[in-house]
Design a protein around this ligand. Structure first.
Ligand code: CA
Length: 662
């Protein structure tokens, strides 16, 4: 295994001209992963740069445009000059995602293009067995020290076909929704839609974007390494090319209307500089999608921390008890609940500045710490970009007030913040996320974001980053019966899409049947108790703020409460077992030497599994099975009897199987 870092071997510095081709337009270069499974080919067609990707025998993504237009340089028409190749080791550890140790080798191909003025543009491709990451690198060759990127031609193209379908969530209009805070990555997904379908708002789709290319395989498109030096991007609506029979999705930058029109859509970069990485994950089945680590493979930590951040579990009163619970007495009850559950954190949500006040927050933190619980405090991101009144407002948006506030929190012993309602992907907003993260780390504070963009490699880039909402999260189950009716389908999407590339602060696991205070009124949960605990394994965030309420200590099954006390929130390894997005899912996650398998089902057809077949390599271990829907029970099965053990998962139900450490 060539997995040591900096195993740099220059393999070729030449154009691999196709001597048998009739046309000069067929001059191409290519780079394959070390096993030769995935190949990226790059060429030009009448000055138009393109790349294509093949994976295995059958999965082929057709030629897709490359190119940049900046306010200083025009790289929309270029000549291909060559490709330099080297082998690189991808070798690192993480402490807060779906995998703790990543080690594999990849091939890096750096393509040189030159425009008619002789100005060079580089495109770097990092090709692993199932992942391609690529970015543009802009040199500084003259006086020009900075550019604005006015347009990016990058496309992701797919072949047409009745069985080629998408799983996408639209970008919303800007400045709509609650207090004009959108877009915030909280839209519905289209499930197995034809590529010809247009997006709900006409603004294309937010990352990550999943495609099924018929029987040939699955493709996930996303991006990573976005920090304050660029904007977040998205995919356009599809455009059909009748000559080529392909659907094109183009990279789009933020809409001008985002953030109340403040800040530019077009990112500025200092030269020399790079764009973020765009990523394509390819697999014959969904395993490479569920298991991918590409979001972290190609990024590096942006600063070192002096702090030892601990992940774990928390309670938050707001999700079930809502705004009325943000008072001193109710927060003490949720601190007591966290302590009774052996959790580590309590999240005090919006309005604490008015309804508790800063002086009594000091008392509350002291009370929490006397119970062994640490505190997260909520803030609005605002700001001059929305109408949010929920306090505290206008603290995080100003560096002077932000730093003063964070020093105050540090003195009190507050351990983290949840910052809400960002509403945009402009570079200006990415700078805001980064400024909050950087200042927070100076004060030993972890950061959760809600009403926000997708994290793009942030678990590795920012040592104090915890997780982001960026999904139609648990609050919608409280707000709407429709969402409860659709809960199972939505939950069967996230392990294949949203949660594959970044931590997902879903805030779920309800034990109430009625999603309101005291379990009497409100929306009705359609999924079972075991379904709920299965989502604690299926949904990954390094701190899980569960939707428990104090009454659950009396009315929820002890089997479930005990499971929540022990379930890990960070994982050493993740494996796909079975499933189809929006229908059903079964996956396995390892913590130490213990494997947790969780399965849920949204379809009418009950899913049946032979337990021994789900993780064949684990035979010889005793297992504990959580099953029984709303009357949950534990079934212990000894290793020697595992061969005959089966589980069944009806609609809206789930199962959790724990393969105990040997
Ligand atoms: Ca939200």
């Amino acid at each position: 295994m060539k997995n040591r870092l900096t195993a740099l071997i220059v393999l070729a510095v030449a154009i691999a001209a196709n001597a048998f081709a009739a046309s000069a337009q067929t001059e191409t270069v290519s780079v394959s992963d070390p096993e030769g499974i995935t190949t990226v080919t790059v060429g030009t067609d009448n000055g138009k740069a393109w790349y294509s990707i093949s994976h295995g025998e059958k999965l082929n993504l057709p030629a897709s445009r490359l190119g940049l237009m900046t306010n200083a340089f025009d790289w929309t028409s270029v000549e291909l000059k060559g490709m330099e190749k080297e082998e690189v080791g991808i070798d690192y550890t993480m402490n807060r995602t779906k995998a703790s140790k990543v080690s594999h080798s990849a091939s890096k191909g750096t393509v040189t293009f030159e425009n008619p003025k002789g100005e060079k543009l580089y495109v770097e491709f990092v090709v692993s067995r199932n992942d391609v990451a690529f970015r543009y690198r802009l040199p500084k060759e003259g006086e020009t020290g900075s550019v604005r990127v006015m347009d990016e031609l990058t496309e992701f193209n797919f072949p047409e076909g009745d069985d080629v379908v998408s799983y996408l969530t639209p970008q919303s209009d800007a400045m709509i929704g609650w207090k004009r805070t959108k877009p915030s990555y909280e839209e519905y997904y289209g499930v197995a839609k034809p590529l010809s379908e247009k997006s709900q708002y006409g603004h294309g789709y937010t990352f990550p974007c999943l495609f099924k290319v018929g029987e040939n395989g699955w493709v996930l498109v996303s991006e990573t390494g976005v920090d304050g030096s660029y904007c977040g991007s998205r995919l356009s609506d599809s455009r059909f090319d009748h000559n080529k029979g392909t659907y094109s999705y183009k990279i789009e930058y933020p809409m001008p209307e985002e953030n109340n029109g403040n800040g530019t859509s077009e990112p500025g970069i200092a030269l020399p500089g790079t764009t973020p990485w765009r990523t394509v994950t390819l697999g014959e089945d969904l395993a490479p999608i569920v298991e991918t680590t590409v979001a972290w493979d190609v990024v590096e930590p942006l600063y070192e921390t002096a702090h030892d951040y601990k992940f774990g579990k928390g309670t938050w009163s707001w999700i079930v008890w809502q705004d009325a619970s943000i008072n001193y007495e109710d927060q003490c009850r949720y601190i007591d609940l966290a302590a009774a559950m052996n959790f580590q954190y309590v999240l005090v949500d919006n309005w604490w500045d008015t309804n508790i006040g800063r002086e009594r927050i000091a008392d509350l933190v002291a009370y929490a710490r006397s119970k062994g619980i640490d505190v997260f405090l909520w803030y609005s991101s605002s700001g001059w970009w929305n109408d949010i009144e929920q306090g505290p407002i206008n603290v995080m948006s100003n560096p002077i007030s932000r730093k003063k506030e964070m020093r105050w929190m540090h003195e009190l012993g507050v351990k983290g913040i949840k910052v809400d309602f960002f509403g945009g992907d402009k570079q200006e907003t990415m700078r805001h996320y980064e400024a909050i993260l950087s200042d927070a780390d100076d004060n030993g504070l972890m950061c959760i974001f809600h009403g926000c963009t997708l994290p793009r490699g942030w678990e590795k880039m920012y040592p104090n980053y915890v997780g982001s909402e960026a999904v139609r999260a648990s609050e919608n189950l409280v707000f709407s019966q429709y969402e409860c009716n659709q809960e199972a389908q939505a939950a069967c999407l996230h392990p294949f899409i949203r949660n594959t590339v970044g931590s997902m602060e879903f805030g779920g696991c309800f034990m109430n049947e009625k999603l309101s205070k005291n379990n009497q009124r409100g929306t009705t949960r359609r999924t079972t108790d075991v379904f709920q605990i299965a989502t604690c394994v299926l949904f990954q965030n390094p701190i899980q703020n569960f939707a428990l309420a104090p009454n659950n200590l009396e009315d929820a099954p002890e089997v479930c409460l005990d499971f929540l006390r022990e379930v890990p929130t960070t994982w050493d390894e993740t494996r796909y077992i079975d499933g189809l997005p929006g229908e059903h899912v079964a996956l396995a996650r390892r913590s130490g030497d213990t494997w947790y398998i969780a399965a849920i089902n949204a379809t009418e057809q009950t899913k049946e599994y032979k337990v021994a077949d789900m993780m064949a390599e684990l035979k010889g271990r005793d297992v504990r099975i959580y099953e029984g829907g709303n009357s949950p029970v534990i079934r212990e099965v000894e290793a020697k009897k595992l061969g005959k053990a089966t589980v069944s998962v009806p609609q809206n139900d789930g199962v959790v199987i724990v393969f105990k450490a040997e």
